[in-house]
Design a protein around this ligand. Structure first.
Ligand code: IPE
Ligand code: IPE
Ligand code: MG
Length: 254
């Protein structure tokens, strides 16, 4: 698609990759087949973002709540994750993509944790794009974790109630140095946030599509970005103020 404005790209895109189970049911397959097919969409989306020049892509791959699914599905998902990390490592290294994660790494089984840590380390010097995986992630869980960090900083005398600011609190979250997402995409026709980036999505643009994640392709991503580029992000200001350039620095235009 040619009409994407390269000057107005979302700096950070985050995706709630939903609909693998329904895709599998539609094709009279087991749920794991849907997740397997979804891994292809992940590969294509990462490549497309890299080519477009998107600086950060966060993928919601497994929530804290997803642990409560049947153990066969949880194991299947963990196997796929492990395979994916092994098979994609070289491409991430070659393409200058840095892998990071948010969520609870210690909740993952040892073999997954090991390859994840390995790829995170091997790509840590890459600067072209960040691929951030949300694994065993929950927005509320993350906020509670941040509150614990604040209390530890307080106990250590590093912080007082007066200098707790939004900026400081942001650094206590898993996303720490990452910019807030400019665009959150959710597939599969569900209109909810499902515990994703609760703090960080305060001024995010949301894009919902009925496409099931395993069917999500490059063109669907382009459509989402085009829709984003038609929006006016006002950050609480008036439209006139935004036209005068006063919103600068709040979104991705800085
Ligand atoms: C998203 O697809 C993948 C994960 C949540 C791990 P689902 O597995 O939720 O698919 P549906 O919602 O049942 O179709
Ligand atoms: C959100 O999808 C989590 C991921 C995509 C990993 P879910 O399928 O778990 O969300 P709900 O249960 O429909 O809200
Ligand atoms: Mg779902």
């Amino acid at each position: 698609m040619t009409n994407i404005d390269p000057q107005n790209l979302p700096r950070h895109i985050a995706i709630i990759m939903d609909g693998n189970g329904r895709w599998a049911a539609k094709h009279t397959m087991g749920r794991i087949s849907g997740h397997k097919k979804g891994a292809e969409s992940v590969r294509e989306t990462v490549r497309a973002c890299r080519e477009l020049g998107i600086k950060c892509l966060t993928l919601y791959a497994f929530s804290v709540q997803n642990w409560l699914r049947p153990s066969s599905e949880v194991n299947g998902l963990m196997n796929l994750l492990e395979e994916f990390l092994h098979s994609e490592a070289q491409e991430l290294i070659d393409k200058g993509i840095r892998l990071t994660m948010i969520g609870n790494i210690d909740a993952l089984r040892e073999t997954v944790k090991k390859v994840l840590e390995d790829v995170i380390l091997k790509t840590s010097q890459n600067t072209d794009m960040i691929l951030n995986l949300a694994l065993s992630y929950g927005g509320r869980d993350e906020i509670v974790g941040a509150v614990k960090k604040v209390l530890r900083d307080y106990a250590a005398g590093k912080i007082t109630p007066e200098n707790v600011t939004e900026e400081y609190f942001s650094t206590c979250l898993d996303t720490n140095a990452l910019p807030d997402p400019d665009l959150v995409i959710r597939t599969s026709g569900e209109y909810r946030i499902s515990n994703f980036l609760l703090w960080q999505s305060a001024y995010t643009e949301f894009y919902f599509t009925d496409v099931l994640w395993p069917d999500f392709r490059r063109d669907d991503l382009m459509e989402a970005i085009l829709a984003y580029q038609k929006r006016e992000r006002r950050f609480g200001l008036t439209s006139d103020q935004i036209q005068d350039g006063q919103g600068k620095g709040q979104g991705n235009s800085d």
